[in-house]
Ligand binder design. Sequence first.
Ligand code: ZN
Length: 286
Amino acid sequence: MIDSTPLTAAQAIDLLLAGNQRFVAGTPEHPNQDAMRRAATAPGQRPFAVLFGCSDSRLAAEIIFDQGLGDLFVVRTAGHVTGAEVLGSIEYAVSVLDCPLVVVLGHDSCGAVAATRTALADGITPTGYIRDVIERVTPSVLAARAGGLTGDDDIIVTHIRHTVDLLLNRSRVLADQVTDGRTAVVGLFYQLADGSARIVTAHGLAPEPRVAVAVVSCRGLRGGSALVGCSSGISARLAGFTPTSSSAMRADLARAWAGNLSSAAGSTPSARSVISATICNRASAV
Ligand SMILES: [Zn+2]
């Protein structure tokens, strides 16, 4: 029987991203893929993450995250579109198997998103059940367009975020798990060429960083500094940047924050990703 010690959501995402970093670096360990693991997992499974991703053949879950048997509960559809079977599978994994983490995995050059953009541009919807996929990606593409986003990656990231929101809106079971702190739902954007996956949205992964005060106070600064803290206990003084515009301030803030966090004791790769992303989002709203 496999080790049944449960992981937290933060531990689970760190484990997943560590595997991805090994894959990117070309130093995979291929863990849990031998006969001993096969025998150990035969009586029962306890995967540490649900991987709900696009069906694209280049997103083979256990390979790109360097995991093995019994590690990931995998659900994949073209364009990671959802339906009753997808939601039921995810609910089973989090409520019966006690998975602490649900990941939505999208990627650049996604054919489902590209086909949807083409269908909207040409006004021609594909026939057969491909139409169902297109129709389920369409709201994301329209939302990105309404938000002024035109780049391929920006639209795909919007679709990943929408998929995460959709899972939480449609599944009461999943939403309750997140509210209770038992499960986190994280959106990852995967890049085909270099094999890297980065967090683009997260629910329930960590307490919301308290950065709003710092961002607001930056408005009046001229080459000054600001103390930024977050609820996970990491704080840093950001000094020496001159916010001449919203975009310049955003870049300075992200750069300074990333530099401070890289040496912050106790911070994890996932915490750094989440906090950096949150600061960028908040700063852009100022
Ligand atoms: Zn795809």
